[in-house]
Write a protein that binds this ligand. Structure first.
Ligand SMILES: [Zn+2]
Length: 190
């Protein structure tokens, strides 16, 4: 009876590890990178020298955006250099991002919640990449905005998780295409 008692208590002491270790391994496997082709380092890069650490919720949004937008685009368009994805409020303020030091909400850059990403394609121009997106060549990507920048040759991609911040409606709506020059935004038909 005494022996049985000891064995039972040993089992009881072992079970948290028996659960925690496999769960930890699965969690590590799922979170080791945000997308198939993209690393956490790429999606948190900044040249401001400021801390740029996403919260768990920001990371989950980055993962959704990477898997629904960046990965499918990478498969078709080839390598993409991410010049900016997640931005902390301070980083967003330092790069003159919309809304400055903010975290989501009206007028605040989608970069601050992990739903905005700037990319430079290797194998084509930004203009050609936008044309590829518009033609549906990379599938029906859930994008709210595609903005081409005349002076840096990068594309800003604004993820639309099912909420259109422009119309304040819950549908994905139509992707807006804009062309940004030093003097402002123009409608664009890449
Ligand atoms: Zn951007």
């Amino acid at each position: 009876m005494q022996l049985l008692h000891v064995k039972m208590s040993e089992k009881l002491q072992l079970w948290p590890w028996g659960v925690a270790l496999p769960l930890g391994a699965v969690g590590w496997w799922l979170f080791r990178r945000p997308g198939r082709y993209f690393t956490w380092q790429e999606l948190t890069t900044t040249n401001t020298g400021l801390a740029n650490v996403p919260s768990l919720a920001d990371r989950l949004r980055l993962m959704i955006m990477a898997r629904q937008v960046l990965d499918p685009l990478r498969e078709v368009a080839g390598p993409l250099t991410v010049t900016s994805a997640f931005r902390s409020g301070k980083v967003n303020e330092a790069v003159d991002g919309a809304g400055g030091d903010c975290h989501g909400g009206p007028g605040c850059s989608q970069h601050t919640v992990g739903y905005g990403v700037d990319v430079v394609p290797h194998d084509m121009t930004a203009d050609q990449l936008a044309g590829l997106i518009r033609s549906g060549g990379a599938g029906d990507l859930p994008l709210y905005q595609v903005i081409g920048y005349s002076y840096t040759n990068h594309l800003h991609l604004g993820f639309n998780p099912g909420w259109n911040p422009e119309t304040q409606t819950g549908d994905r709506g139509r992707t807006q295409y804009k062309w940004k020059t030093r003097s402002g935004y123009e409608d664009w038909s890449p």
